[in-house]
Design a protein around this ligand. Sequence first.
Ligand code: KIV
Length: 267
Amino acid sequence: MMRKKTTIPDILQMKQEGRRITVLTAYDFPFARLVDGGGVDLILVGDSAGVVVAGHDTTLPVTMDEMIYHVKAVRRAEPKALVVADMPFMSCQTGIEDACRNCGRMIKEGGAEAVKIEGGTNMAHVIRAVASIDIPVMGHIGLTPQSIHRMGGYKVQGRKDQGERIVEDALAVEAAGAFSVVLEGIPSRLAARISAELSIPTIGIGAGPACDGQVLVIHDILGLCEKYSPKFVKRYADLGPVISEAVRQYVSEVRSGEFPDEEHSFS
Ligand code: KIV
């Protein structure tokens, strides 16, 4: 049976029906095809591209133009999964007008079907404005990588008496009109409480099993990111050594004259 395109109402319905939502990142055409072929419900074009593709230490340097480039490449794969684009640092932080214009660019130029904005109570006014012009917004609270300097590193958020602040963020994001919210790097029990309290789906990453869906970075699950491997990442394949071996073989065959042979040459 032909798979139908996933829509925002489909994602909302999945929570109502208790069906778990599957999300992976992709940043280019080949990975978008592979990830979509694997059957995910939603592709996140994350600003994690800045780390796993561009080699930065944080997501902070990522620009609007870079994100639009990645979103366009993903959309060219014509995925059935819903395509959500991450709003990079400083694209939404300077006020409602900039946020609406930049989120609009992501939809109009990039072809994204929704955007993701980091921040809770502090960004609720922005989420409200963007959602009010019919751009679906996914929230992102807890460990928000764009807040690395405030947090003093990628540290679990919401432990002990800090939990209430995360709950407030979740409620603010929902009230502002987000269609879903990423819960990153928070204790499982807190994520379970938020998932039960919200009517919109929660998508967890390092937030335990009780979320309505899960997201991971594709390079992490394939063993393509050597830089760091957080506790919440499960490696489903180890492609690094496979790729290195293929490259080694190519180099050796070119040097020895074994490649190209007749089969790979024109007469
Ligand atoms: O940038 C990203 O990939 C993300 C997810 C890991 C949630 O924000």
